[in-house]
Design a protein around this ligand. Structure first.
Ligand SMILES: *Cc1c(COP(=O)(O)O)cnc(C)c1O
Length: 369
């Protein structure tokens, strides 16, 4: 009955291993904390956890994610990147070897309530220029001293996050890196030693691997998406995990002067053929994709014309051999998601996270399929 879905994503599970191998090649001395938050950027958290089982650790952002991973038997060290918690949650973390990230004084107060023997391993996050979560650089020493004297604390690790790593030549990256290095140095001078130190996201792994420290935190590149502005995934040796696919549901010959879709934002200047594809913003295709955004239909790259509707888009196929039932690749290896995102004024992260629930998932790459 449902062999003919209107729109689906394909998840190529073989790509995970290739992408993780690229991380290992780029930062060979560092361990890898695979970031699988946001349902693995829309790819499916449990599936990603299974395919990335050779990663050293995983990072998520909610206790619900932790519980799901544990329920499925994942026993790797887990880091909770950005979450509030109470004392009971911390006790659970310490029993389960889950490391929370401590980034403010409210969390610090809860940590200090822990009794001796809890041996909670945790991360401290310091803000070296991201302007998001974290302690100020000049607070770090005092915070670490407080943690070190809290009886429930086991080990302390240190992380920071880069704000501009997607442009590796941006001078602010080296400023963050040297600020981070001097913080580590002065902590060590003051008798504070970190179990692990971590700085790099995917873009850092690609462009700033001299700052790999003990463990890197790639997310997007594990899904085969380029983290670096203006550099393709293919060039970086990454293979896209997700493709968004659909089918042609109608082909019409239209006369010059016809306008296409809501608002009539595109008018044909010559007679042509228009193919309608069953994928729209109701599936997660970006509504702001303009005329000219590339769609691959039956292997041909053709331009989107007219506004994106909830359930369909239109493309100008001219006299190309395209007919009803042909497959369209909205994004995937033959039609890179980075370019679709650029065209629509967004980033690939938002596109994969935004695939909606009605879109069916097909796993490819299992048993050679
Ligand atoms: C999401 C996130 C990452 C991963 O970032 P990518 O750009 O997807 O590699 C790493 N560290 C932190 C703190 C994050 O929030």
């Amino acid at each position: 009955m449902n062999d003919f879905p209107r729109c689906w994503v394909e998840i190529d599970i073989r790509a995970f291993e290739q992408n993780l191998n690229r991380v290992r090649e780029l930062t060979p001395s560092a361990n890898v904390m695979a970031v699988i938050k946001a349902d693995a950027y829309g790819h499916g958290m449990m599936l990603a956890a299974k395919q990335l089982e050779t990663a050293d650790e995983f990072a998520v952002t909610s206790i619900e994610d932790v519980e799901k991973l544990h329920a499925c038997g994942v026993d790797k060290p887990l880091t909770l990147l950005s979450s509030t918690f109470d004392k009971a949650a911390l006790e659970y973390f310490s029993q389960q070897s889950i490391r929370p990230v401590i980034y403010d004084y409210e969390q610090l107060a809860v940590v200090s309530e822990l009794s001796a023997g809890a041996e909670l391993d945790l991360w401290v996050k310091v803000d070296t220029g991201m302007g998001r979560l974290g302690f100020d650089a000049d607070e770090l020493l005092m915070v670490c001293k407080r943690l070190q004297s809290s009886e429930g604390v086991g080990s302390i690790s240190l992380m920071t996050h880069l704000a501009n790593a997607d442009v590796p030549t941006d001078a602010r990256n080296e400023r963050q890196i040297s600020a981070f290095r001097s913080l580590i140095f002065s902590a060590n001078e003051n008798g504070i030693f970190f179990k692990q130190v971590s700085m790099l996201n995917s873009a850092g792994v690609v462009g700033l691997h001299h700052a790999a420290f003990d463990i890197v935190r790639p997310g997007v590149m594990l899904y085969g998406i380029s983290p670096t502005v203006g550099v393709s995934a293919q060039k970086l040796g990454l293979k896209p995990v997700m493709s968004l696919k659909s089918k042609v549901i109608s082909v019409r010959r239209m006369a010059a002067g016809s306008s296409i879709g809501y608002g009539g934002t595109y008018t044909l200047d010559a007679d042509s053929r228009i193919a309608y594809i069953a994928c729209g913003y109701g599936d997660g295709y970006p509504r702001h994709a303009p005329n000219g955004t590339t769609v691959s239909v039956n292997g041909f790259l053709v331009p989107l014309v007219g506004r994106v509707s909830m359930d369909m888009i239109a493309v100008d196929i001219g006299e190309l051999p395209v007919q009803v039932g042909d497959i369209a690749v909205l994004w995937g290896e033959e039609n890179p998601i980075e370019e679709i995102a650029l065209s629509a004024g967004t980033i690939a992260y938002e596109l994969t996270c935004g695939v909606t629930r009605r879109v069916k998932r097909r796993i490819v790459g299992e048993n050679g399929t």
